[in-house]
Write a protein that binds this ligand. Structure first.
Ligand code: M6R
Length: 613
């Protein structure tokens, strides 16, 4: 979604800001803009569309000299919420005097009443955005102290914000603040970079400070002074990012998605490393922060997430019930706090989120905390809001995931959920020997995934048969049912083919009406419980003319013969097999989308992290 970059230092600010915005492009956006201060005036350049258009625009409008003498500025990529993605709605927005500029992520929920009040005082608004209202409000509060003006304005707003503000009257600083929308500050050598995502900071420094909600910072080239909204100083540690700029590069791959699919053996090895205990037949997940007694006392596991993370939770549901003999259920994070979730202090709520910033998942975490549940998270982004608010949990260590379509985060989420289920299972149901056997299976996951990736060329060839279809149906049973849902999500988001995932038995309760001659059905028919019934479901589809692509277990020639095309999945534990199976579907979706000429890494209308409800 929207991205913020702010810079104050010794380099040419417009170039630094535009490069920073490029690093945030993966998050999804539809317009961009930047503001600098020159000769005691704020100068703005904006463009609907891509950062490349903004770059051209700024380089046309501004002289090279202006570029090189500006050492402070703020910039933004906007994912439209209030008003279409036009130049006038793009950020930065100015206050009434034109002396204060603001970029903003999040939503000011009471902007209508604030706007009416300001209009009553003679303010005129040019855009449809909530952000312009906040810019005017800050300007209205400014009595000569920008920091105090931002504090006063933020006391009046309801909603979420990550902001960066500059004023031509105080041109040596940027004010930044957050509530519900991340801000990270990179502390460089004689330069400070503000961003909504560490990806924009990587090129400058590894040293970062994550703001907490209701923190507000006065940032100069050499200092970061953080306070709360009542002007009380607060201390925030400097953290190391732990990954370098190369991690956010394509490294020779045509797309980030393909790179991230190929990175999975390594990402999974990182997610698993040091976390299996072959002696006890268990797993070591210190971040869970649970004693064996607490684990034994748990009544239920509730998994919450959205999109791909929700699908990982669905696999986790099977894993917790099968392996740990504990009641488990998945709830859509978006619904969690709007129903009456029956949650108590013997329930473990696991929030699953790659970004750790998804608004719905964060809201579910807060609801579960309020209800006294034992809450933990499974996040990829270190220091993200959900990771910090839960305080307990397990990081995925998958490395930065840039492509909007989640791949390596999903497989690492499932691997970690399997390890969590193993840990719970050992306290409840598993013998040491059972535990060791499962730990050995989990240890093999990176190699199993590598075997699927070796079929890349074969999968690319198969994709040609499906690239022109308009609809596709994915079916699975048992733990392969969530894999079918994830396969369908992947295909629809990057290829724009209408794809749906169903439990194979559900087909004849309705969706089978959609099958006609040639309709692709992607059947996950690996050797998992229920496979015989799955073969029956495939025959039902074939009888109606469907074209079947099967995922079959290695060496299962009989099943392979039922398929029009097939991809083999290495033999392993049925829950473990969900991981190589999904990798095959990721590659399939990728190649179909590539053949259709789609913009794979930044699909239309999508954002990498969805920070609004
Ligand atoms: O960062 P999160 O895991 O919380 O994100 C949840 C979803 O928005 C995300 O998985 C989305 O569905 C992806 N586009 C899937 O590829």
């Amino acid at each position: 979604m929207c991205g913020i970059v702010g810079y104050i230092g010794k380099s040419d600010a417009p170039t630094v800001l535009i490069n920073g915005l490029r690093r945030l492009e993966y998050r999804g956006y539809d317009s961009a803009g930047l503001a600098i201060i020159d000769d005691e005036r704020i100068i703005i350049s904006k463009s609907a569309g891509k950062v490349s258009s903004l770059n051209e625009r700024a380089r046309t409008d501004w002289s090279p000299d202006l570029f090189s003498r500006s050492t402070l500025g703020i910039a933004h990529t906007r994912w439209a919420t209030h008003g279409p993605p036009t130049e006038v709605n793009a950020h930065p927005h100015l206050d009434r005097t034109g002396e204060v500029a603001l970029v903003h992520n999040g939503i000011i929920e009471n902007y209508r009443s604030l706007r009416a009040r300001l209009e009553g005082k003679g303010h005129h608004f040019y855009s449809e955005t909530d952000t312009e209202v906040l810019a005017h409000l800050i300007g209205d509060c400014d009595k000569g102290d920008l920091f105090q003006a931002v504090c006063d304005a933020l006391h009046q707003v309801e909603g979420t914000f990550g902001i960066a503000v500059l004023s031509s009257r105080e041109p040596e600083k940027i004010i930044t603040a957050r509530r519900g929308s991340p801000i990270v500050i990179g502390v460089g050598d004689g330069e400070t970079i503000i961003a909504s995502d560490a990806a924009a900071i990587l090129a400058h420094t590894q040293r970062v400070i994550y703001l907490d909600d209701d923190d507000i910072a006065i940032v100069t080239a050499d200092s970061v002074d953080i306070r709360d909204l009542h002007n009380i100083p607060v201390t925030r540690e400097i953290a190391e990012l732990g990954f370098d700029a190369a991690a956010a590069e394509k490294c020779g791959h045509e797309h980030f998605m393909l790179k991230e699919i190929h990175e999975q053996p390594e990402a999974l090895a990182n997610a698993i490393r040091g976390r299996l205990d072959f002696n006890l037949g268990s797993s070591v997940l210190a971040g869970m922060g649970t004693s064996p007694r607490e684990l034994a006392d748990l009544g239920r596991v509730v998994l919450v997430g959205c999109g791909t993370s929700l699908h990982a939770g669905l696999v986790g549901e099977y894993a917790f019930e099968d392996l740990a003999d504990i009641h488990a259920e998945v709830q859509q994070a978006a619904e969690f706090r709007y129903r009456n979730p029956i949650i108590g202090n013997r329930d473990l709520v696991v929030a699953i989120s790659q970004s750790g910033e998804t608004a719905d998942t964060l809201a579910a975490v807060r609801e579960a905390n309020q209800k006294g549940a034992f809450v933990m998270s499974l996040c990829n982004v270190v220091g993200s809001t959900i990771a910090r608010e839960t305080g307990r949990g397990v990081y995925l260590h998958a490395g930065p995931e840039i492509s909007v379509a989640s791949t390596k985060a999903f497989t690492c989420q499932v691997a970690v959920l399997l390890m969590m289920a193993l840990k719970l299972g050992r306290g409840r149901r598993f013998s040491r020997e059972d535990g060791i056997r499962l730990a050995r299976e989990i240890e093999m996951i990176p190699a199993l995934v590598a075997k699927v990736i070796q079929q890349n060329d074969h999968i690319a060839e198969i994709a040609g048969t499906y690239a022109k279809c308009e609809h596709a149906f994915f079916i699975g049973r048992g733990p392969m049912y969530p894999v079918a849902m994830e396969g369908a999500l992947k295909l629809k988001e990057i290829s724009y083919i209408h794809a749906e995932g169903f439990h194979a038995s559900e087909l004849k309760h309705g969706p089978i009406a959609l099958l006609e001659k040639g309709t692709p059905v992607i059947a996950i028919a690996c050797d998992v419980p229920g496979k015989d019934k799955m073969l029956g479901n495939i025959e039902e589809c074939r009888a109606r003319g469907a074209h079947i692509l099967g995922l079959v277990s290695e060496g299962d020639h009989e099943t392979a013969e039922c398929m029009d095309d097939f991809i083999t999945i290495p033999r392993c534990h049925p829950l473990v097999a969900t991981i190589p199976a999904v990798v095959a579907l990721q590659l399939f979706s990728y190649h179909v989308a590539r053949l259709r000429g789609c913009e794979i890494d930044q699909p239309r209308n999508l954002a990498k992290s969805v920070t609004v409800e």
